[in-house]
Every structure is written in structure tokens, then in C-alpha cells.
Design a protein around this ligand. Structure first.
Ligand SMILES: *[C@@H]1O[C@H](CO)[C@@H](O)[C@H](O)[C@H]1NC(C)=O
Ligand SMILES: *[C@@H]1O[C@H](CO)[C@@H](O)[C@H](O)[C@H]1NC(C)=O
Length: 458
């Protein structure tokens, strides 16, 4: 049965509580994901927000073989054919999520088509292999104390995604430029932290949440509008820190660092690590863990001591907690040597056959290299123009055939008109593209950019 938009979320929550009860028996762990545009303390607010997790985000379907539990297509009785997904027991119809005529909705078809693919639940996919390796660390080190969630519906309320994790009302991450809105009060979650508060309210004190997250973003080898994060939360009660000689916050911070250093060693071996202070709206103090890998410092995750306000509001006034988030694509790209984030979504056998359950860190062998083809597009921008909007148009037309969109020229003339020239790199990971095909894509991009983005082509 289809459910209305409003119903989607309410229903999701109901199912969530039922499912939580069931899943606590099985496994657990959480990890926050990463945010991509983050930046240490000085960056613009917007950048910081999302960031637990990382930047890299997205992946493609390596595995057509893995479980294909979602994306079943049903025929609607009213004669229109619509995709009907089922995630964690919640049914979602395409027109619940994509409504072009609704100005409060900015979810395109190509994003809808990723909902329910759940790369993190495929045991033979690098994202699933990595998730399982992290689970293994937590199960072993904490005797399966962490409850694991990996099937929570990615359609959440603005309240869950932002308010409940204390994202300020004017934070840029809330903008239509950065986040996919289903309607004014509903979004595709932009981080797994969206589930923190509800799980705390449900009484969980050790949990891991893994899921697909969605962000409007630029296009290059490490950014994709859908990626995967893992979030972890651990709550302590007073008797735990009272026997130590430290205060609650230091106790939690020390415990957190020890836990995550162990995780980094579990994944990367005996690496050099360092902690960097940072800022997140939901933790204080906040840190990033970096490891020295392939001759440079690489950020692995964001974390911190949970803001007391979050605990107070969710029935844990006397507790202290830590939380962390990590981006699975970014780590998987390093661990498996995967050079382009689009590869995670590829169903090419030459790729999918290289990965199998339990084999963390098998290095990807490129099966062929196809030449890129570059096309430039120049236009006078309007006030409302943003690069993310351009990238949405380009992805909507060229999909994963587009490798990068890059600003190569930018000037303002005497009349105050600003011109941008973008270079679009087209390259398939799987085959050679023909000139004709690329010309057609570029033609279509030019047309759509002009009509949808209100710019004037030059
Ligand atoms: C849109 O978001 C991108 C980051 O994804 C940011 O760099 C850019 O400044 C934003 N533009 C506006 C107008 O908010
Ligand atoms: C365009 O150039 C101006 C000045 O050279 C610079 O301030 C501005 O940030 C540039 N815009 C973008 C989108 O890079």
C-alpha cells in the first residue's frame, strides 16, 4: 500500500521502534558518518555541519548480485507505473519523493533511483565489507554490546535531521542548495546523526547506525550525491565515571579516543594517528581522527562528547555520551584502492567480481581505462545560480557518465554581469563513449541549463 508523504515518516518511526526491539538481539554498533565539507574550526558553518562524515561520498553499485531487496517495481492500480520501494518495512512510492511541480521539492529522478539500493547491506560490496569489518571490531571489543541499525528509512523530518542534533536555524546545510527536500518539513537525511535522538529516546545506550545519506554537491572523483555513513553512540551512567578520578566529560572523551584508535588499527593496521580539535553542532568537545597513510595525513572520522542538551531532551539528563561518524566511501576508496566514487555504483562484472565478503582491503585492479572527453559551457549567471544546481542538471542528464564539473573561467564585466565557464569531463568507467553520444548529452545539458537555471548561454 502506498502511504502519503506525511504518513511515510510517521509510519517509519513506528516501524522503527518495533524493529529496534527485534534488532537488539542481533547485532549492534553504530558509527556516524562523515561529512564532507567539513573543515576544522575556521571553516564556514555550513561546511562544518555535515561533517561528521566525510567527503567522499558515494558509491555505485558494485554489486548487482547482492541482495536486491528494494526497488521492486509494482504496478499501481491507477494505471501509472511507479516504483515502489520498501525500506525497513516502510513503503515509498516515487511520487511520495519526487514532485517536479512542487517548489518545496528538489529531489530529482536520479536521486530517487538510489533510494533503497543500500550498498551497505551487500556483503560482497566494498561498502558492505567495510561495514562488516567495523561491526566485527565492535562485537569483539565490546562483546556485542552495541545494537546495530542499517535499515532505517532515509526519509526523515527536518526536525530529526537538523533540530534534534542542534543544527542552528540559519545553518547553511539547511538550504535547498545543500539538502534534498521532499517538502518543507521532510528531507532525505544528510547524515546518520538524524537518528541519534530517536534512538536515545527509545532507550538505547550503545548503538551503531549505518545508512545512505544524501547531499547536493559538486561533481568530482570523491563526491557523489548519495553516500554512506556509520554513526556510533555510547551513553555512560554516573556510576561509570564516578569511580574514576576524572569528570564525566573527560571520562567520555578518553573512552571515545581509545575506542576509535582501536578501530583505526583494526582497519589500517599499525598506523600513526593524531587528534585534531574541531567543531560540530552536536558534540563538545569535538575531534577528528587522522591517520598517516600513503605519505599524508588523512581524516578518518569526526566525533566528540555529545552535547548535554541532546541527552537532556531525550531522557538522559544524568548521563554523558560520546558519538562518532564516519564516511564509508572515503575509507573504502583508500582501503580498496578505488579511484573514483562512481565505481561503487557500477554493476560491471569485471568490477563486482573483484570483491567478496570478509575480504577487506583487496586492491581493485582497473580493468580498462577509457579516455575522457571534455566539453565547455559558458553562460552569464543569475543571482540564484549555484554550482550545485548546475551539477544537478548535469547529473540528471548524463548520470554517471560525468566524471567532473569544474569552473575554469569566471569574470564580471563592466555592466556587472558575471560569466562562468565550466568544463565537463565525460568518461564512462565501463566503455568508450561515442562523439555522437557526448554531443547529444552536451546539447541537452545546454538546453536544460538555460531553461531551468535562468542563465544566458554565451
Ligand atoms: C551551495 O553549496 C556549495 C557546497 O555544496 C557551496 O560551496 C556554495 O557556496 C553554496 N552556494 C550558495 C549560494 O549557497
Ligand atoms: C570568481 O572570481 C572572483 C574574483 O576573481 C572570486 O572572488 C570568486 O570567488 C570567483 N567565483 C567562483 C565561483 O569561483
Amino acid at each position: 500500500m502506498l502511504i502519503s508523504r506525511g504518513g511515510t515518516c510517521a509510519r517509519a518511526l513506528l516501524l522503527l521502534s518495533t524493529r529496534m526491539a527485534a534488532s537488539s538481539i542481533s547485532s549492534n554498533l553504530i558509527a556516524p558518518a562523515s561529512a564532507s565539507r567539513r573543515i576544522h574550526g575556521s571553516k564556514p558553518f555550513s561546511a562544518q555541519l555535515l561533517s561528521y562524515p566525510p567527503f567522499l561520498s558515494r558509491a555505485s553499485l558494485f554489486s548487482s548480485h547482492a541482495s536486491v531487496h528494494s526497488n521492486k517495481v509494482h504496478k499501481k492500480s491507477n494505471s501509472r507505473v511507479a516504483a515502489l520501494l520498501e525500506i525497513g518495512g516502510v513503503k515509498i512510492a516515487k511520487d511520495d519523493v519526487v514532485r517536479e511541480s512542487d517548489p518545496t521539492n528538489n529531489v530529482p529522478d536520479n536521486i530517487f533511483s538510489k533510494i533503497g539500493l543500500q550498498l551497505h547491506r551487500r556483503d560482497n560490496h566494498p561498502i558492505g565489507i567495510l561495514k562488516n569489518a567495523i561491526y566485527e571490531y565492535f562485537d569483539t571489543s565490546y562483546s556485542s554490546m552495541f545494537v546495530k541499525f542499517d535499515d532505517l528509512c532515509p526519509i526523515v523530518s527536518v526536525q530529526q535531521n537538523f533540530d534534534e542534533v542542534l543544527v542552528p536555524a540559519d545553518h547553511v546545510s539547511r538550504s535547498y542548495n545543500d539538502t534534498y527536500y521532499v517538502d518543507a518539513g521532510t528531507v532525505l537525511r544528510c547524515h546518520t546523526s538524524a537518528h541519534q535522538a530517536e534512538l536515545l529516546r527509545a532507550g538505547h545506550s550503545h548503538f551503531l547506525v549505518t545508512g545512505d545519506v544524501y547531499r547536493r554537491d559538486s561533481i568530482d572523483s570523491t563526491h557523489y550525491p548519495v553516500f554512506h555513513q556509520m554513526e556510533g553512540v555510547r551513553v555512560f551512567s554516573p556510576n561509570e565515571w564516578e569511580v574514576s578520578s576524572t569528570d564525566a566529560t573527560s571520562y567520555a572523551a578518553t573512552n571515545l579516543k581509545k575506542c576509535l584508535e582501536g578501530l583505526a588499527r583494526h582497519l589500517f593496521g599499525a598506523v600513526e594517528m593524531r587528534w585534531v580539535d574541531t567543531y560540530f553542532p552536536f558534540t563538545n568537545p569535538s575531534f577528528e581522527l587522522e591517520i598517516y597513510f600513503q605519505e599524508k595525513w588523512m581524516e578518518v572520522l569526526g566525533c566528540g562528547v555529545t552535547e548535554q542538551e541532546i541527552l537532556n531532551r531525550n531522557g538522559r539528563k544524568d548521563s554523558v555520551a560520546w558519538a562518532f561518524g564516519l564516511g564509508l566511501e572515503r575509507l573504502a576508496m583508500v582501503l580498496f584502492d578505488i579511484p573514483d566514487i562512481r565505481l561503487f555504483w557500477s554493476t560491471d562484472q569485471r568490477l563486482t567480481s573483484q570483491f567478496s565478503a570478509g575480504k577487506l582491503g583487496v586492491k581493485f585492479k582497473p580493468f580498462s581505462k577509457f579516455p575522457p572527453c571534455y566539453k565547455d559551457i559558458s553562460f552569464w549567471i543569475s543571482d540564484s545560480f549555484t554550482e550545485n544546481n548546475l551539477c544537478e542538471v548535469v547529473r540528471g542528464i548524463a548520470g554517471d557518465l560525468v566524471e567532473e564539473v569544474k569552473l575554469i573561467d569566471n569574470f564580471t564585466n563592466k555592466k556587472g554581469m558575471t560569466s562562468h565557464c565550466y568544463r565537463i569531463a565525460f568518461r564512462s568507467m565501463e566503455r568508450s563513449l561515442t562523439d555522437e553520444e557526448i554531443n547529444q548529452l552536451q546539447w541537452s545539458i545546454r538546453e536544460t541549463v538555460q531553461t531551468k537555471l535562468h542563465v544566458t548561454l554565451r
